[in-house]
Design a protein around this ligand. Sequence first.
Ligand SMILES: [Fe+2]
Length: 220
Amino acid sequence: MRILVLNDNTPGKGFLNDWGWSVLVEGKNRFIFDADTKGEILLHNSRVLGVSLKGLDFAVLSHWHYDHYGGLPLVGELNPGIPLYAPPGNGTMVRQWGFRVGEVRKAGELEAGVWTSGPLNGFEQAIGVETPSALVVIVGCSHPGVEGLTRAVLEVSGYGKAHLVIGGFHYLPAGALDRLSELTEFIAPAHCSGEDAKAYVRRKYPEKFVEVRTGSVIEL
Ligand SMILES: [Fe+2]
C-alpha cells in the first residue's frame, strides 16, 4: 500500500501548493481522502506523481471545511457514481458533484479494510486503513483531537496500536503529542499540525517522525 500526498501546506518542488490537505491511497482499494481547495491543484500534482484521479473506488471527506472539500467537484466529475463517505450534510451538493451520498453517522467499516471513527463532536471523522500487516490512521484537521480520533479508529478496527498516524493535528501541544506517540509506531504531522508540533516530534521521537510535504509518497 502507498499514500501519495496530493497537497499539503508544506510545498514540494515541482508541485502546485496551497493551504489544504488531500491524499490518494492505493492499496486493497484506491481512494482519495480529502480534496484540498482546488481541483486544478489535485490534477496537476497527480500528473506530476504519475497517477490518475480516475478509477477511484470511493472518496472520503474528514469534515466540511473548504481546505478539505474544495477539490471534490473535480473528483466527482472524474468518478461519477462512486460513494463519498462524509459526515452528514450537503447531500444535494454531493449528488450534484456526481457522487453517491455515503453519509457517515457512526463508527464502523466503510469498505473492506477501511474503518471510520464516525463523526466526533458531530462533525469530523478519521479513518483507519488496513495494510497487509498493520493499521494506518489518516486524519484531516483533528478538530476533535487526534488522540480521540485515533483511539476511536483503533477501537472500531480492533487494532491495539497504529502503524502510522498521518494528517493535520491542529497545532497539537507537546503533552498531547506524547500521548499520541504511545498509540502509534510512526507519526506524520502534516497540514495544520504547525511547525512547533513537527519540530517537537522530530526532536523527541526521531525514530517515529515521518516528514510530509506536497508530493510525498509513503510506502507501507
Ligand atoms: Fe484543515
